[in-house]
Write a protein that binds this ligand. Structure first.
Ligand code: HEC
Length: 133
């Protein structure tokens, strides 16, 4: 085979691989193990609108004035979370949330708790440097 033919074949092969992979990425539907319900999605919107992430982390990312809230649903009673959301604290402002908004934020915390963990200590470190939950 001539040099030109090999180069053309490599070029066409790589181009087809690129197009195929691009199409797969574009049309591939990400399967979520724990899809967020409507209330949790609304809670996430409130989280973003009120910018809770400026002081709190989720999955270890965010501000550091307040604690990481990824697993707050598991570590604190719901009534306690509701009380903090209702009154704020000397450091955290009272956002004057409606009962519905508080319920949706708690639903969102339930979702984050079921999908991740904030403490890196609870990950298993593998020999190849990757981690798993
Ligand atoms: C100005 C920073 C700030 C913002 C903004 C903020 N928080 Fe907080 N939050 C704190 C601090 C600090 C604490 C810890 C209690 C304290 O020291 O006052 C806290 C505590 C909490 C707790 C209790 C956590 C625990 O483990 O005790 C929850 C739940 C919470 N915040 C939710 C929220 C939500 C939801 C929002 C957005 C609507 C929000 N916070 C916005 C600073 C903030």
């Amino acid at each position: 085979m001539s040099d030109y033919r090999i180069k053309t074949l490599v070029f066409v092969g790589l181009s087809l691989s690129f197009l195929g992979y691009t199409a797969w990425i574009y049309f591939h539907k990400e399967r979520e193990d724990h899809p967020a319900n409507a209330a949790a999605q609304h809670g996430k919107m409130i989280w973003q609108e009120k910018n809770c992430g400026s002081c709190h982390q989720l999955y270890g990312l965010g501000g550091h004035l307040g604690p990481d809230l990824t697993n707050v649903y598991a570590s604190k009673p719901e009534a306690y979370i509701r009380a903090i959301l209702s009154a704020g604290t000397p450091v955290m402002p009272n956002f004057h949330l409606s009962e519905n908004e508080k319920a949706d934020l708690i639903e969102f915390f339930k979702y984050t708790n079921s999908t991740g963990t904030s403490s890196p200590k609870s990950f298993t470190l593998h020999a190849d440097g990757t981690i798993s939950k």
